[in-house]
Design a protein. Sequence first.
Length: 195
Amino acid sequence: MRKIGYCRVSSSDQNPKRQIIQLQEIGCEIIYQEHTSGASTNRPELQKMLSDLKEDDTIHVTDLTRITRSTKDLFELIDYIKEKRANLNSLKDNWLNLSENNPYSHFLITVMAGVNQLERDLIRMRQREGIELAKEEGKYQGRLRKYHEKHAGMNYAIKLYNEGNMTVKQICDITNVSRSALYRNIKNNKSSLLK
């Protein structure tokens, strides 16, 4: 019977250290960790952990949102873990109990997964409302363009392109500008000159 930890953060600038410490404190022998969105269960480390899962193993997470983000995925995950005759434990969601001895297990999982889904939906709704309000007030700029008019690398890339002495690959390597962005900017510059 192994104690297996799983931790996940959504982006590379987030730090999983707090989760790792909590999982080490409860004695997890193996800890799988990922820097990726939880929107899908098609994550390399999660899939590796599930394929290595053995009977009587217990997967530990700091909270259910680390391992799954949707009710449907949670149920599929739980079914898979039960088929392997393993267990899932969440430090935050201590009501979770996959044993057959608990008649309320499936009911509680359904309710709590629904609550988690509602919470995420409400956050998204508030974000959309905030963006709409900011747009109405003229404060919303949208996502900042990476290659704006004063971007030194792009301006240098266009200059080199116009000189015609280098290949696009060489220009992109030197300026660290993507090919598609360079072509897009060249096209936009040509169309603005024609107006």
